[in-house]
Design a protein around this ligand. Sequence first.
Ligand code: NAG
Ligand code: NAG
Length: 223
Amino acid sequence: MRTLASLALFAVSSAAVLADNPDLCVPRCPATTQARFTNQIPSGPACPQTRVDLCYTNTDLKFVFTALGETNFYFNPNQTTNGDIWEYEVMEAFIHKGSDDPQTYFEYEVNPNNVTYNSFVYNPSRVRTAGAPFDHAFVMDPFGDGFTVDTQLDKPNKKWVSRSTIPLALFNAENPRGTTWRMNFFRTIVGPDTFPNQQLCGWKNPGIASFHITPAFGTVKFV
Ligand SMILES: *[C@@H]1O[C@H](CO)[C@@H](O)[C@H](O)[C@H]1NC(C)=O
Ligand SMILES: *[C@@H]1O[C@H](CO)[C@@H](O)[C@H](O)[C@H]1NC(C)=O
């Protein structure tokens, strides 16, 4: 009995330690927190730095994506909302409300032309296993739904910055204080000379050349 009780206590305190040590604690706006990364996925020389500033209101998630060291600003001007903008240069957030390794999550992307990609992803294998189902459910009217985006290029300073708002109602998550989520952030780098071979960069490195590996997503707590 004593052994079992001690084991149970140990298990409880380990879980508490994990829950209290998220990779990122997101404050209520106007305070912000910042994720920064230079990891090349799955390996290789460091990427130029990418920064993601986050905060929340009762109704929205606010992201400011900043790409430093940018030389290409490469996009396809023909692509519009929910087009395959991920073939060129984008910054991305994968978002799931809950602490588990998700099978469904929201994929948000923005390109240097201020065009966004807004889709739920259905990835029941959690790692996009070859032959397993892998599907998308697009948000068809993001700006009607309350999304906002504003993207500024600063070519002299080799930088582009995109400010985005994503409604928390998408996740049934108004007033998210105290909840734990899973997220990952990415950036693709490619130019006319290297297209379609992208350099992949990310916050949490999945260890293979794929973004859709949900056990690698970081833990994010709203505080
Ligand atoms: C954009 O569309 C035009 C007209 O169809 C086409 O000529 C051009 O090659 C397209 N650009 C890209 C980058 O695909
Ligand atoms: C970006 O697109 C959004 C949505 O269409 C628009 O409201 C915003 O003014 C655009 N910003 C820039 C800098 O083009």
